[in-house]
Design a protein around this ligand. Structure first.
Ligand SMILES: NC(=O)c1ccc[n+]([C@@H]2O[C@H](COP(=O)([O-])OP(=O)(O)OC[C@H]3O[C@@H](n4cnc5c(N)ncnc54)[C@H](O)[C@@H]3O)[C@@H](O)[C@H]2O)c1
Length: 480
């Protein structure tokens, strides 16, 4: 359907406002902004003293993985809930790990004490998403390296401030996008970087994960929803666009070397009608339950399409409520081939554009071995033993620790954090405005044109002093 002139002008006015806001943020930038962080590295940090903020589900699992890595030591723990800190402390003591010198809990701003500790090199953030940006900015400006759970920011001005703080502080700031390290994602990354798929033109990703039970359970994580239901019965629960884009987008951006030769320019986004969660709560909880006092108006499936500067397209879906089986879609298309996950398939053409069918199971198994990423070859089995989404969480942790210990750039930088997270507000704005194209800011301010592609290399377990027999399954690791 054609857009009316009035709609076009309304949309254009909004885009001008966003561009002005972005320019204002850029205008306020300090001297540090002149030094891009692409391919940034620091001197080798053999011993990494880690402070963790947020020891809930993800944080607890992270403590148990990171504590296995030689040279990584927790020196500070923080959670709003004292019992979460006590449990982590107890586990570290039981395992004979060094006792953290500092523990913070009880009030919402205690984490600042952790970021200010002299004996913390790196702040690992695993709190609820709306808290990430402030914690990242404060920690960077306190001189710490920062690793943060996803997404790294919720709003564009936050994302700009994180970039500014990172450039000013000259510290690493990486989002812990574990899906980039999945076995199939790393296989696809390898195919792309060996040129086997030809020139990359299109990708599809998703976060299709039924979480209705978790999102509506009477659990401390849903406390604010429960309070909303009791305070304002009949009120709406709604989000626009894609509130959780990075599991879908991160691996694709690494396949396509985004922010290093290309960048995401525009997005359009639409959400479907809201049905599945309404039907779920009506069937599961009694009519007087708090869950039935809210209007669940989150569209079941959000679909967004991004266009890049090079003219490539990325389709992304977000769906945490329908019964569709788990999938991150994970499709990457080039002129010579296509990889498509869930289940994994590969089609390779002899010449660009020629017809190619999916490889047979036997041929795919051969290709899977031949093009397995070096990281999965060397630590895949160990990582599967430790666990964490099939091992990818541990591979991610081993990799950032190895890079820091050897003075290498991390696999993802602050521009990746900012641009991938910017999809949250940009998709929301497009969806809200009926799917109009929305500009995605260039957080690199042009540096993407010359930044070198990031090579995701191997780790050397011997050099790290890692004893493979220390890899044991841990029940705190999430597998779904
Ligand atoms: N990468 C992944 O696979 C993955 C999976 C799930 C969640 N996540 C992300 O991880 C983050 C944490 O998720 P979770 O499932 O562990 O949540 P959670 O609710 O289990 O844990 C969050 C913890 O943060 C604590 N906290 C809250 N406010 C705090 C404050 N002001 N100071 C200190 N601690 C505070 C809470 O007490 C809680 O223990 C979220 O950002 C989420 O998006 C990532």
């Amino acid at each position: 359907m054609r857009q009316s002139r009035r709609e076009f002008v309304k949309g254009a006015a909004w885009m001008v406002a966003v561009a002005a806001a972005a320019a204002e943020c850029r205008g306020n930038m300090s001297v540090g902004a002149a030094q891009p962080m692409s391919n940034f590295a620091v001197a080798p940090l053999k011993k990494i003293r880690v402070g963790i903020v947020g020891i809930g589900e993800r944080g607890t699992a992270a403590v148990r993985r990171v504590a296995l890595i030689p040279g990584c030591e927790f020196t500070a723990l923080c959670d709003l809930r004292p019992e979460a800190v006590d449990q982590a402390l107890k586990w570290l003591k039981e395992k004979g790990k060094p006792t953290p010198a500092h523990c913070f809990s009880g009030t919402a701003d205690k984490w600042k004490g952790l970021s200010d500790c002299d004996d913390v090199d790196l702040v690992y953030i695993a709190t609820p998403a709306p808290l990430h940006a402030e914690m990242e900015i404060y920690s960077l400006l306190a001189g710490k390296h920062v690793l943060t759970e996803v997404p790294g920011a919720q709003m564009l001005d936050e994302a700009w401030k994180i970039v500014e703080a990172c450039e000013k502080a000259r510290r690493h700031c990486m989002m812990l996008e574990n899906c980039c390290y999945g076995e199939m994602e790393m296989f696809a990354w390898n195919l792309c970087h060996k040129g086997l798929l030809g020139t990359l033109t299109h990708a599809e990703g998703g976060y299709i994960h039924n979480l209705t039970d978790r999102q509506t359970a009477d659990h401390f994580r849903n406390r604010s929803r429960k309070e909303q239901a009791l305070r304002a019965p009949g009120s709406e629960v709604r989000h626009w666009g894609n509130p959780y884009p990075t599991h879908a987008l991160g691996p694709i951006c690494l396949y396509m070397d985004m922010n290093r030769g290309d960048r995401m320019e525009k997005i359009v986004s639409f959400s479907s009608s809201a049905v599945a969660k309404k039907e779920f709560v009506a069937a599961k909880y009694g009519p007087d339950a708090w869950q039935n006092k809210l209007k669940w108006e989150e569209g079941d499936i959000n679909t967004s399409i991004i266009r890049t500067a090079k003219g490539r397209t990325i389709m992304m879906q977000y769906d945490t409520v329908t019964p569709r089986p788990y999938s991150r879609i994970n499709l990457i298309q080039g002129s010579k081939g296509c990889f498509y996950d869930y289940p994994p398939r590969l089609a390779l053409a002899k010449t660009p554009g020629a017809h190619a069918g999916w490889l047979s199971d036997a041929d795919f198994a051969k290709a899977r071995e031949e093009h397995k990423h070096p990281l999965w070859k060397s630590v895949g089995e160990i990582a599967k033993k430790v666990g964490g989404h099939g091992g990818m969480d541990f591979i991610m942790d081993l990799r950032w620790a190895y890079c820091l210990q050897n003075g290498l750039p991390l696999d993802m930088d602050v521009y990746d954090l900012a641009s991938w997270s910017a999809i949250v507000p940009c998709s929301a704005e497009s969806d809200k405005r009926g799917g109009v194209p929305v500009e995605i800011p260039d957080f690199t301010r042009g540096a993407w044109r010359t930044a070198k592609p990031q090579v995701i290399g191997d780790v050397d377990l011997k050099k790290m002093g890692f004893d493979p027999s220390s890899a044991k399954k841990d029940t705190a690791q999430l597998e779904t």
